[in-house]
Design a protein around this ligand. Structure first.
Ligand SMILES: [Zn+2]
Length: 235
């Protein structure tokens, strides 16, 4: 029986191809191999990591109080996949999976030694989600559109270093061929009215932003949930 093969789409109409419980990009069969399928494309981009999980700081899923006793800063909240960007160029998720072989993050720039805390997002729309990012990784389509939004430094030593100080260890310049950006910080008012907070949310919605993360400028890593989320107003 002759099967229909499309090498460009990594497709074959045979039952062996059809019933493989793998993303299309990772499936194989003897017909595709005979047609010249490149075996190096079959390694999954994401695999379970054997090292112990990386400790990510989490943010409180509620709004900051209107009256803050200490200085806080705000930065854009991104909706993608939270990852640690290791100095070797690999990305580790909160589920302790490692994402391999994304060439735009593998380049060395200046021998950096810190792990960065960031969000892996997809460029091209302000409304992309973690689903879009996962789809790109699973299908290996549109991988060059993936970007890292950097907002913190993950350090094993000196756990008491305040947030604004840790952030100075983020790169001040990133080469053009590396898809990464350091998320800028904004000062957050210590006194706020609920009317003003409503206006801020409205502005976020107009910008097409999901929201802001507001955190104590001088928090150290000893506290687990270190920030608040201000989500954009929904229409
Ligand atoms: Zn086949």
């Amino acid at each position: 029986m002759a099967y229909h093969i499309d090498l460009a789409k990594n497709y074959c109409s045979c039952p062996h191809w059809k019933y493989q419980r793998l993303p299309v990009a990772l499936r194989t069969c003897k017909h595709l191999r005979a047609a010249g399928q490149d075996p190096t494309t079959l390694q999954p981009l994401m695999t379970k990591r054997s090292h112990k999980p990386i400790h990510f700081q989490l943010f409180r899923n509620r709004e900051p109080p209107l009256n803050m006793s200490s200085q806080h800063v705000a930065s854009r909240k991104f909706n993608g996949i939270r990852v640690a960007w290791l100095p070797d160029g690999s990305l580790v998720t909160r589920g302790n999976n490692v994402i391999h072989r994304l060439p735009q993050f593998r380049r060395d720039f200046g021998g950096r030694k810190y792990t960065f805390d960031c969000e892996l997002v997809k460029a091209g729309s302000s409304h992309t989600t973690h689903v879009d990012v996962m789809a790109a990784i699973n299908s290996k389509q549109g991988l060059s559109d993936l970007w890292l939004a950097l907002f913190d430094v993950i350090m094993n030593d000196n756990m008491n270093e305040p947030y604004v100080s840790r952030r100075r260890r983020l790169p001040s310049t990133i080469p053009e061929n590396v898809n990464a950006v350091v998320v800028p910080l904004m000062m957050w008012p210590t006194m706020l009215s609920s009317a003003r907070l409503r206006v801020i949310k409205e502005e976020l919605r107009n910008l097409g932003w999901e929201g802001l993360v507001v955190r104590d400028a001088h928090e150290t890593k000893r506290r687990k949930r270190v920030g608040y989320k201000v989500l954009a107003a929904v229409e």
